[in-house]
Design a protein around this ligand. Structure first.
Ligand code: PRX
Length: 704
């Protein structure tokens, strides 16, 4: 791997010539009730007021002790926010609402099977469940402040209960997305040093009841192989008192949570008053190497940031019914299903299953039935809903005031359907650009004050000052039509604190590239490198082009090429592997794998299937490649590096660029002919890529 320092001359600095989209104005009805309707707020958060502007966010919380220093920059880039302050995140999301809203719905859980009743958990009920589970974690599992615990939970209400119970104790939770494999979970258990795993027997997705507990056994085995012993596996049961998993419980290790909870009935656990900078949770994400990065988020800065952005950008009022149709296993769910909405005391809806199960009207039926008025989801879901039920929203009587899109670039056409059809032209749409590392939004529009522009996320959010740099650190001016690397010039309270156990990697990946002076303690010398290409229009709005590192964003899930390749290499016939993105109508991007075999090995269907199987086993079904191509050799540079951009060009029927300097240029035509004929024979219809898509493919893998 080359380091960020050594990355070659930029191909991110492409010229971009798309049509400027027209603005959409927010409805007057929305403006009349918006949390941020007075333009004064923009002045309060301008650079002259940094960092003290964030006091406004912190004051949304209840503190046990107020902080003495808003931002401590003495050990850059390990920023410390609200230093000296103490608080408890669970108290802020639960206890403090009891006085006025005890029996108001905190969570409404919608099971996937439509004949199963929804479950409403009031703040009072949430308080009781969280206390009892916290008692179990403390007294039965022996967990203490600062310990880590791993969850591998799907979209069940027990997940927020478990998160809040940890927060109550100051225990650091690390939730692994339920769709990830047992092996991926085990690797994250080992990395975080957890000795407790919390899971469930099963859950519904697309009409199927999955045996989830089977993954726990594999996770424990994997962690054990990596030197981390798991002492206890706590299993919640999806159906009261009935275990649906065929996997046997391991005596002395596996316990049903409902049975254990009987011992902690009526328990009350005092919330532990934590320093603002104490870690609240870890969230793993992918990058350029195979080892996942455990992004460590703080208690005070993070919670203040998600509360503030939920209030002003999501326009959440306590009386709203808010539904973020995303998974809590991703940062979006942590920040904008659980912590942000509950900190503001609103009602947050959680849906267990697939958005299009059993049909394309499901989402809109839920919105109608529950009276949802704020809806939040990802472009992949929007594209799917549009494709399967283009007029389905007309059939349901729901009315949204606000809609969010997150996680991937959204095509203006898809944006317009979201606004006009899904939102019935009544709602504002905010496009929110950010990352697992960031805690909360970085680029978006303040919905009552800044007009919407399809395909652009908007300017930097309050108190966040983005900039686009070229490879040499020169500013790429707004309106220049040039793209470059989007960076954030300043720290903000939601920024992650470090990569768990890898502080050098934290500095190297995110700050080394544009740091002006490593000895400086002035935040101005430490821009944050986001790893995305972007272009800024003359009005200051950013359009995000996608990753500039070796990450493929599939349906809003970040998959590292190295992870995919190392999984493929576990198949012993495989000698080399390369993962590339292909443009996909629904998922944005899909993965194609190219593998070369050990000398003397004949290509077979079984090997192709083994590669797919290995990826599903090591990472999970979400990473399943669209195709696995076995090739005789890979296009390589003279120094032996695989040229992923050439392969990506072949997979996307686009220009492969100059190949004359390769060590084996003749292989390119051979592969192209074979792969593209096979694709056409399978009925694939190549489409002309847009300029931006073509530029992305052309520059893929440039960090290699
Ligand atoms: O490339 C950007 C894309 O998703 C990446 C972050 O992925 P993740 O850490 O999984 O977090 C997703 C949810 C916060 C970014 O580097 N991305 C995220 N939001 C947008 C986006 N691309 C375009 N527009 C967005 N609104």
């Amino acid at each position: 791997m080359t380091t960020a320092h050594e990355s070659p001359a930029s191909e991110a600095e492409i010229s971009v010539h798309w049509r400027e989209e027209d603005y959409y104005q927010p409805p007057a009805k929305f403006i009349a009730q918006a949390n941020a309707a007075d333009p004064d707020i923009l002045g309060r958060f301008d650079e002259g007021h940094f960092p003290d502007c964030f006091k406004e966010y912190a004051d949304l919380l209840s503190w046990d002790a107020y902080w003495h220093t808003t931002l401590d920059t003495s050990n850059p880039p390990f920023w410390r926010w609200f230093v000296g302050g103490r608080l408890n995140a669970c108290y802020n999301c639960v206890d403090r609402h009891l006085a006025t809203d005890r029996n108001k719905a905190a969570l409404i859980w919608v099971p996937e099977p439509e004949d199963e009743p929804t479950r409403t958990i009031t703040y009072q009920e949430l308080y009781r469940q969280v206390n009892e589970f916290a008692a179990l974690l403390r007294d039965f599992c022996g967990l203490r402040t600062g310990d880590r615990v791993t969850f591998h939970l799907p979209m069940v209400p027990e997940l927020p209960v478990a998160m809040l119970a940890c927060a109550r104790l100051g225990v650091i939770h690390s939730e692994v997305f339920g769709g990830f494999s047992g092996a991926a979970c085990g690797e994250r258990i080992a990395d975080s040093g957890s000795r407790i795993l919390v899971t469930t027997d099963g859950y519904y997705r697309n009409g199927q009841l999955f045996d989830h507990k089977a993954k726990a056994d594999e996770a424990v085995r994997t962690a054990d192989g990596l030197g981390q012993q798991v002492d206890k596996v706590l299993v919640w049961r999806r159906h009261a008192g009935r275990c649906t998993s065929r996997t046997p419980m391991v005596d002395g290790r596996d316990f049903f949570v409902d049975e254990l909870l009987a011992e902690h009935h009526r328990a009350v656990v005092e919330p532990v008053s934590m320093p603002a900078e104490a870690p609240l949770f870890l969230m793993y994400t992918s990058g350029t190497t195979a080892r996942p990065k455990g992004c460590q988020h703080s208690t005070g800065g993070y919670l203040a940031y998600v509360a503030g952005t939920s209030k002003y950008y999501q326009d959440i009022h306590p009386e709203d019914t808010y539904w973020c149709c995303a998974d809590i296993g991703w940062i979006t769910g942590h920040s904008y299903i659980v912590y942000g909405p509950l900190a503001l005391g609103t009602t947050s809806v959680i849906y267990e299953g697939a958005p299009t199960y059993p049909d394309a009207g499901r989402v809109w039926r839920i919105a109608e039935r529950l009276g949802v008025n704020i809806f939040h989801t990802a472009p992949t879901t929007i594209r799917m809903l549009r494709k399967l039920g283009p007029r389905e929203p007309d059939r349901y009587d729901y009315h949204l005031k606000h809609m969010t899109t997150v996680g991937e670039p959204i095509e203006p056409e898809v944006w317009r359907w979201y606004h006009d059809v899904a939102g019935k032209g009544e709602a504002v749409v905010v496009d929110t650009w950010w990352q697992t590392e960031n805690g909360g939004f970085l680029g978006s529009t303040l919905p009552a004050l800044q007009p919407m522009k399809p395909g652009s996320c908007g300017p930097g959010v309050l108190g966040v000052y983005p900039v686009i740099y070229d490879e040499n650190g020169n500013i790429v001016e707004a309106g220049s039509g040039k793209a470059g690397n989007i960076c954030i010039r300043n720290p903000w309270p939601g920024i992650f604190q470090t990569i768990w156990g890898q502080p050098e990697r934290f500095v190297q990946i995110y700050y080394a590239k544009y740091c002006r002076n490593p000895a400086s303690t002035d935040w101005r010398d430490w821009p944050y490198f986001a790893g995305d290409g972007a272009v800024q229009a003359a009005d200051g709005y950013f359009r995000i082009l996608g990753r500039v590192d070796d990450v493929i964003n599939v349906a809003g899930h970040r998959l590292g090429t190295k992870e995919l390749e190392s999984a493929s290499l576990t198949v012993h016939e495989v000698s080399e592997a390369a993962a590339v993105p292909v443009i996909d109508e629904i998922r944005g991007r899909a993965v194609e794998m190219y593998v070369a075999l050990q000398p003397g090995t004949a290509p077979t269907e079984a090997i192709r299937q083994a590669v797919t199987g290995a990826i599903e086993r090591e990472i999970g079904k979400i990473a399943r490649p669209k195709n696995v191509w076995i090739v005789d050799d890979m296009p390589k540079t003279r120094s032996g590096k695989i040229m992923r951009r050439v392969i990506a060009g072949i997979s996307n029927f686009s220009d492969v660029g100059d190949v004359s300097t390769l060590a084996n240029p003749e292989i390119v035509d051979e592969i192209r002919h074979r792969i593209q004929s096979a694709k056409l024979a399978h009925g694939e219809v190549p489409r002309q890529l847009t300029r931006e898509e073509a530029a992305e493919i052309r520059s893929f893998g440039r960090n290699e």
